[in-house]
Design a protein around this ligand. Sequence first.
Ligand code: PHE
Length: 358
Amino acid sequence: MSDIATLQNQILAAIGAADTPDALEAVRIDALGKQGSVSALLKTLGQMSPEERQVQGPAINGLREAVTNGIATKKAELETAILNQRLATERLDMTLPAPEAPHGTVHPVSQVMDELAEIFADMGFAVAEGPEIEDDWHNFSALNIPDTHPARAMHDTFYFPRSGEEQRMLLRTHTSPVQIRTMMAQEPPIRIIAPGRVYRSDSDATHTPMFHQIEGLVIDKGIHLGHLKWTLETFLKAFFERDDVVLRLRPSYFPFTEPSVEVDVGYSVVKGKRVIGGSEGWMEVLGSGMVHRKVIEACGLDPDIWQGFAFGTGVDRLAMLKYGMDDLRAFFDGDNRWLRHYGFDALDVPTLSGGVGA
Ligand code: PHE
């Protein structure tokens, strides 16, 4: 028998005897590794005369192939055997109760934002977004609040240091700049809500430097105050889940709406607590009005063709009124006890699947 055939028999026997992946790997290294017996033979091909190589080449390569195939087959066999062994010995008791994983709650602000998106989606409103770091133009000027306007003083604005000639950047003081961005980005008709964070330098039991607002904007032809009133009434009834929600519209002033309307919602006193519904007392819940011609113009639209209404309200405040919290600061303390008490179970959140007008 030739040397090559003998070597092949030896290696195949070693492969056959290897009974673990590690043992098989050792055989592989002995044969095909850098210093391996097969590799050594392959190296000798270089020194052979062409005639010799013609005979030895196919034999040595055949050896390499036989060894490589033998190892691959054995490897698959060993893996199957290991898997079968595990399947035979490992057991999973499906009847054991799963260990309880810690889980959080849905923050009331998230919950209320979801409720609002759902209510307004029913009325055909899409959700729009804008940046929290805003420029002066979108936050003020385009909303008809020029530099010298006293209304700027109403917003305790966080400004960024001015850099060069560029316009001043700030943390948006309301969600109204999203009105501007939406009107500039899309053709009317427009029906959007824009929920998000806003910032003002203010802090006490009912004010935090960061809070949440939701803006609403409708731009279309022939829109009037009646549409605004119906929309707000429908929204507030759906949100508070009561039919006896009564609204009171009071004339007001915002630079970006004309006329401007402040909306109060009526409450009753039940066991010493204020409950939305009825009209024993009034609570202001939102600001609104017909979008000012100048704002429509600033966005490049013709105010003789397009009209609309806008409204803005505090999401945190709506949450407090609906779910009975009394200190706004607790919303942002991250106190787990508060969150467990007021938060919502992610799998059991109240939804408004009854929908608007149901
Ligand atoms: N942006 C106003 C605020 O922050 C609210 C508002 C929005 C009023 C839209 C009218 C129309 O107070």
